[in-house]
Ligand binder design. Structure first.
Ligand code: HEC
Ligand code: HEC
Length: 280
């Protein structure tokens, strides 16, 4: 009996990570005060700087002492409630402390501020409105008749789901307003006139000396033996309309660029905790 108890006690004993209580955070307990919006922002920012930044970095991207909580998808996907719980309880057996000594309002303000850090790492600083951009893409802009995004849209142009990844907003805008700049040969418009006089216009999918697979904007691939054609011409322009720069307003282009950028940047996973290279 005695030895069993001893054993049990031994099993229970673990070297505990030093309980970390940040003195600055204690000072920040805001006794029962309710926040207006501007105040919440200020309080969240202040508390974050005092209580979190030392480990997670001012930008939330982590460092030697703690992981990235700004761009890591797992953390971005946490609900507010889940993050509040992390703050309430800490992460057991790690150096992530519990912040139960902060009142609920202050904890909520920190979560709200963390959300701005998470947003600020992607497209939040761009002008424009991603929602309106999406409406343009699938509506008035007609982009989705040729391009696919997240499984919806046409096959004629490329899938744009990741187009903005690793590209500046200016480059994305340029691709929309100037499709003929630096046109690659395989993206030239091909016009094929059949023996019966019908013309087909599109992009080459595959081509050799004898045959052409022509993709037309309706998504159909036409198999054309070259000797059956009345005429075949290659135009020095993309099939993508070149007039979006005038058809759409500057604000609408901002909306489209913002939309394309909004889901393009899936941040890399940070390893424990700092892989020494920047994500952006
Ligand atoms: C003493 C350093 C330290 C401080 C201060 C600190 N953290 Fe952490 N935090 C950590 C560590 C280490 C982890 C990783 C725990 C793990 O391994 O799961 C972490 C994890 C987290 C997580 C992710 C939890 C998960 O399950 O992935 C969130 C969210 C978080 N911290 C938010 C905060 C906020 C907000 C503050 C300020 C109120 C803060 N942390 C202060 C060290 C710290
Ligand atoms: C008539 C079909 C068509 C329409 C409509 C169209 N595009 Fe395109 N787009 C193309 C083609 C073809 C290309 C060049 C080759 C490719 O992307 O496969 C292209 C290229 C692009 C590129 C560069 C892609 C790359 O991989 O280099 C972007 C960005 C783009 N289009 C955005 C848009 C947006 C935004 C709209 C709506 C405002 C739009 N396009 C409307 C056919 C179209």
């Amino acid at each position: 009996m005695k030895s069993l108890l001893n054993e049990k006690r031994q099993v229970n004993w673990k070297p505990r990570p030093a309980l970390f209580v940040c003195a600055a955070a204690v000072v920040l307990i805001w006794a029962g005060k309710s926040f207006g919006q501007g105040e919440e922002q200020a309080a969240g920012k202040k508390t974050y700087a005092a209580s979190c930044a030392g480990c997670h970095g001012l930008d939330g991207k982590g460092g030697e002492r703690a992981p990235d909580i700004a761009t890591r998808p797992q953390v971005r996907q946490f609900s507010d409630a889940a993050i509040l719980e992390v703050l309430q309880k800490g992460v057991p057996n790690t150096t992530m402390p519990a912040f139960s000594f902060l009142d609920v309002k202050t904890r909520k303000a920190v979560v709200a501020y963390l959300r701005t850090l998470q947003g600020a790492t992607t497209e939040v600083n761009l002008p424009g409105d991603a929602q309106r951009g999406q409406e343009l893409f699938f509506g008035k802009g007609g982009c989705s008749s040729c391009h696919m995004i997240q499984g919806q849209g046409g096959f004629f142009g490329s899938d744009l789901g990741k187009y903005a990844q690793g590209r500046s907003p200016e480059a994305v805008r340029e691709a929309i307003v100037a499709p003929n700049r630096e046109l690659e040969p395989r993206r030239r418009t091909i016009v094929a006139t059949l023996a019966n006089g019908t013309t087909l216009e599109g992009l080459a999918r595959n081509e050799d000396n004898f045959s052409l697979q022509l993709l037309t904007p309706d998504g159909v691939i036409h198999l054309l033996p070259k000797n059956s054609l009345a005429k075949l011409s290659y135009l020095e322009r993309s099939p993508m309309p070149a007039d979006y720069g005038t058809k759409l307003s500057a604000a609408e282009l901002d909306d489209l660029v913002k939309y394309l950028s909004s889901f393009a940047k899936e941040p890399k996973n940070n390893s424990k905790y700092d892989d020494g290279e920047e994500d952006e």
